[in-house]
Design a protein around this ligand. Sequence first.
Ligand SMILES: [Zn+2]
Length: 386
Amino acid sequence: MTARKLQFAGALFDGKSAEKHPVDVELTPQEIILKKPGQKPVHWSYSNLRWATITASPFHIEHGDNNDENMETLVVEDPGFYESVLKIAPDSFSATGKQTDINWKLYAAGILFLIFSGYGFIKIIPPFLADRMVDKIPVEWEVSMGQSILKMLPVKREPDPKVLKVLQDTVDLLEQSVAGNQPYDLKIYIWPIEQVNALALPGGPIVVFEGLLNQAESPEELAGVIAHEIQHILLRHSTRGIIRNMAQSMLLSLFIGDVNAVMEGMAALVGELETLGFSREMEAEADQKGMELILSANIDPHGMIRIFEKLMQEEPEDLPKEKTASKENDLELSSYFSTHPSGQNRLAQMEKQVKPHEDRTWAPLFPNLDWNEIKPGNRALQQPGP
Ligand SMILES: [Zn+2]
């Protein structure tokens, strides 16, 4: 059995400069003694020391507390140094390095766990749950959710009855072509904003932006967008999208029965209404079923294609910079197609759907209507740019 080595060669860094001071290191059960040639030995009590690097040589021991700006560091390259210190030093010191090491690993694992579980909670679980729970949500629940959101939107309380009638008649006509009974009261609301867009809220409300009325050149074009939005409601996309978006507060509040959490979630949602969490699949489905609705309502389907072509070309810069609406309407909403992605593909799909119907003749929708009377640009709002 060889005697335990207690003398080592080391280097001291004073924490003030990068200069390396060679020292002789002597281990005792109470302290580490550092001897610089020609100077008095320095005594480091273990209670003021902690391991900085223990995993491999060179080993680092720090002297001073953590807040000390000029913390001294002893570096020893001898591979046996760590083992020797562990054997001679008190357990409390031996533990300092290990503890730091274990804590670091625990923290890292904890953070990783939080990131992944957080990601899972936000990105994977809500859509998963939303898709599974959406069919079980009662219609009344959807209706009250839609109404709560509607209350937060600055829709016209007294819209032009003539405009409202044309839009509502379009909805009613399309609704008659829906196969089977549908449980929703599909109702038009007008949002006085230049944005070219429309929203489908859960349970029935369809919000048409005045900018869309400006862009549409015929009732058939408008009917195309409305048919698409109707399908978002009937297919419960809006409900699903909102649940996806708000799943955290929603799920939490369902468990703890806190209605305020739901309301807060909804308030946050109003700011990001334009997305509603619709997926590409949802958009494609609303296009396809919307076009089916247009075709079975005997509405010229080229209107739907035309408006979607326009919406696709629509850039936010094309909109007038000047806001004519009140400050409530200042929400920055992006254009219809920027939130309704993969436009070209969608247009091609619609054209494919219309192809077998090219021989049909289409009677005009609302033949006695002067469409210009419906456009807000010809009434109060400015006409949007080219
Ligand atoms: Zn859509």
